[in-house]
Write a protein that binds this ligand. Structure first.
Ligand SMILES: NC(=O)c1ccc[n+]([C@@H]2O[C@H](COP(=O)([O-])OP(=O)(O)OC[C@H]3O[C@@H](n4cnc5c(N)ncnc54)[C@H](O)[C@@H]3O)[C@@H](O)[C@H]2O)c1
Length: 257
């Protein structure tokens, strides 16, 4: 992997720790400093806020696994220093997404609700299946640990987008049916969130047709799969000056290597 020095935001969290552990094992990537509102001990300096990080911190790329509300400060820091940002955090509001799109005209921003290679393949398969399985009802089930803050998961939304693209028409995402007494419509995609225990991340896309059901599924068994994707994205983003990138760009670049 290309040498890359990382400023890690959300370093004390579950994903922050997974990225730190993997960077210590992998050659190429290193954490030069971090940000977390929760104080932590580490082999690199950790600041309580992005505003406290010196502009000359030595990082090539920012990797964010903190909280969606942190994005504005990260973008301001990134615009000031020209350091590209890899935003892995999920649950952004429409305004925060617009902010990232606007900033990407000036700086390089990577954003993906799921950093795993397998999930990105699942998205491509979902698009294909939605195009082929015409008239099948689509339902998406996602399962995560009991500490997860946002629902549905960013990945479930990405899978719904893939299904919508495959269908070639506008889908209506339905999150809750308990107050309705009516049959589902063909244009609906049912979204279901399960929260419990220590489940790392499971996603199922169900295509239910007349007398047959096709299910596409992915199960993440450790956080390392996301950390690995984040380090690959960081190496990919080093030196980029502007534009909005996602996991497909990283995968395409790995195929080209
Ligand atoms: N894209 C992916 O593949 C992927 C995979 C897993 C998790 N995630 C997302 O990453 C985020 C973090 O997940 P997690 O499981 O590590 O959560 P976590 O709660 O364990 O960790 C989040 C950390 O961020 C810190 N934090 C909160 N607000 C902050 C701020 N304003 N500035 C700096 N630090 C702040 C917290 O103190 C905490 O240590 C979530 O949004 C989650 O959905 C994305």
């Amino acid at each position: 992997m290309k040498e890359v020095k990382i400023l890690l935001t959300g370093a004390a969290g579950r994903m922050g720790r997974a990225v730190t552990e993997l960077a210590a094992k992998e050659s190429g990537a290193s954490i030069v400093c971090a940000v977390d509102v929760t104080p932590m001990q580490g082999t690199f300096p950790c600041y309580a806020g992005i505003n406290e990080v010196p502009d000359d911190c030595g990082a090539d790329v920012i990797v964010d696994f903190s909280h969606h509300t942190a994005v504005e400060g990260i973008l301001r820091f990134s615009e000031r220093t020209g350091i590209p940002a890899v935003i892995c955090t999920t649950g952004h509001t429409a305004d925060e997404i617009k902010l990232m799109e606007k900033s990407s005209e000036k700086i390089a921003i990577f954003r993906s609700g799921n950093m795993s290679l397998g999930i990105n393949l699942l998205m491509a398969l979902t698009e294909k299946a939605a195009a082929v399985l015409n008239g099948f009802d689509i339902e998406i089930i996602e399962k995560h640990h009991n500490q997860k803050l946002d629902a549905p998961s960013g990945t479930a939304i990405m899978l719904a987008d893939s299904a919508e693209k495959g269908r070639g028409g506008k889908a209506v995402l339905v999150y809750d049916r308990h107050m309705r007494r009516e049959r589902r419509k063909e244009s609906e995609i049912g979204m279901h969130s399960v929260r419990g225990g220590t489940i790392v991340g499971e996603h199922e896309v169900i295509f239910a047709g007349h007398d047959e059901v096709v299910t596409l599924a992915h199960s993440a068994q450790s956080r390392e799969v996301f950390a690995k994707g984040a380090l690959s994205a960081a190496a990919f983003m080093k030196g980029k000056t502007s534009g909005l990138y996602n996991m497909k760009d990283v995968i395409d670049s790995l195929i080209g290597e």
